[in-house]
Design a protein around this ligand. Structure first.
Ligand code: SAM
Length: 451
């Protein structure tokens, strides 16, 4: 890395860490560990590797593979996520049972934590993954589709818009935009862009996001605040500010000593900091806070428009034959596209979907033409797509890579009509054979460029 660590940062850390500071600086010039989190909805086989202690789905890899050339990555069987940030699983599980929870991830792109929350919430839960920056929200939606659980709604709203959903969520996560000191090892840009003024600016913005997010959390619910920076201004000071201004208490999370996580306290709330020279992961800060008080009356937000329409019985039957457990699902149309939702959270999704600016929700099934469904890529990515709804074409590695690069494929590998393309039993997308021609239906925007 050519950019040096910012001088003010070095001076501050020396004061805070004393003799330990040099170990941190050395770690920040070293290699980042590589870790992935596997998707239990798509595979029962975790990748081999050392376990990440604070996350049951996390594994360290001995070296960085070229993920782009691994079809299993594109099938959504794992997410490449740095290990420290997987700690939010421990924070949540220690404070409550996440299964079936309504979770708002306020700063969600590109989706590392949202895919984790979706895994923890399960089919009976609902994750609202929100991202204020439109282009980043599109990437978030791609990652949510690929993860394929079907329990996520992706919105593109400013945090202030959640004022219309007061006390709605059991969990609200604020993984705040920050000055990124924890990224100094990975990113030269983070080193160059850092300044003391940026720290102050980020801290003020974080407090605004926290205040908006707080309103959306129900009493008794859990707020998870995290940053990837080390300074107290954006970390402990903001937690202290939250504790002074809102009725809350520590969520009671304990961590074993051998994890080497530094623990501090801000107005009675325990805070957890990952230093890269002590733990195997990037710099990370997190705290978990319980909201006190009595729950008020649940307010249904006023719909800004009607976007969901019902399907006919025949159309429902056609949609249903593409899913493994249609009895758990409810189908609806938005515009000319059919979506599938778990029955249990359809009413919530409908309510939120007609209030927020939603760019994706549930499972995009496809479009109906003369009563037949033309399946969407998202349906192929859905973990519970009915595997016999179309012919399966299992490709060997070279052809799978060609498919993912959206290149031409020989007709002999496909049956006439629509094929679900798989690699080692995992769906990658659709291809349609018409005579000797094969239409590679892999989405253009996802096609891999450097094989
Ligand atoms: N949670 C994500 C994950 O695990 O993949 C990473 C989130 S990143 C640390 C912070 C996100 O906050 C960015 O995607 C950024 O676009 C978004 N953001 C920026 N300004 C914001 C604001 N004023 N309010 C809410 N989010 C903002």
């Amino acid at each position: 890395m050519t950019a040096p660590l910012p001088a003010e940062f070095v001076a501050r850390v020396r004061t805070e860490l004393g003799t330990e500071a040099d170990a941190l600086f050395a770690a920040l010039e070293g290699e980042s560990p590589v870790s992935v989190r596997w998707n239990p909805y798509k595979t029962i086989l975790p990748p081999s590797g050392e376990e990440v202690p604070w996350n049951r789905y996390g594994r360290y890899l001995p070296e960085r593979p070229y993920f782009t050339a691994d079809p299993m990555f594109h099938a959504g069987t794992y997410y490449v996520q740095e290990a420290s940030s997987m700690f939010v699983e421990h924070l949540l599980r220690s404070a409550m049972e996440p299964e079936g929870a309504r979770i708002l991830d306020m700063c969600a792109a590109p989706g590392g934590k949202s895919t984790l929350y979706a895994t923890l919430a399960g089919a009976e839960g609902l994750v609202v993954a929100n991202e204020v920056v439109r282009s980043r929200a599109a990437t978030l939606a791609d990652n949510i589709r690929k993860w394929g659980i079907g329990n996520v709604l992706v919105s593109n709203n400013d945090p202030s818009h959640f004022a219309g959903l007061p006390e709605w969520f059991d969990v609200v996560a604020v993984d705040a935009p920050c000055s990124g000191e924890g990224m100094f090892r990975k990113s030269e840009e983070a080193r160059r862009e850092w300044s003391e003024a940026a720290v102050e600016m980020c801290a003020a913005r974080q407090r605004r996001i926290l205040a908006d997010a707080w309103k959306a959390l129900r009493p008794g619910g859990i707020m998870i605040y995290s940053t990837c920076t080390f300074n107290r201004t954006e970390d402990e000071d903001n937690i202290a500010w939250l504790a002074r201004n809102f009725d809350c208490e520590d969520a009671g999370v304990e961590v074993p000593e051998e994890w080497n996580i530094a623990i501090s306290e801000a107005e009675g709330i325990r805070c957890f900091r990952f230093w890269p020279h002590r733990t195997k992961g990037e710099g990370f800060f997190a705290a978990s806070i319980r909201k006190c008080g009595q729950k008020g009356r649940t307010v249904r937000p006023k719909a800004r428009r009607t976007i969901f329409t019902d399907l006919t019985r025949k159309e429902t039957a056609e949609a249903a034959r593409w899913t493994g457990q249609p009895e758990l699902m409810r189908f609806a149309r938005i515009g000319d596209t059919v979506y599938g939702y778990y029955y249990i959270n359809y009413a919530d999704i409908r309510c939120i979907g007609e209030y927020l600016n939603v760019i994706y929700s549930g499972v995009c099934m496809g479009q109906l033409f003369n009563g037949s469904l033309k399946p969407d890529h998202s349906l192929a990515m859905f973990h519970d797509m009915y595997p016999y709804a179309a012919t399966t074409s299992a490709l060997p590695i070279e052809s799978a890579i060609r498919y993912l690069a959206k290149e031409e494929l020989t007709a002999d590998m496909f049956a006439e009509g629509m094929n679900i393309v798989t690699f080692q039993g995992h769906a990658l997308g659709w291809a349609k054979r018409i005579g000797r021609r094969v239409n590679n239906l892999y989405p253009k925007q996802l096609a891999i460029i450097n094989k």
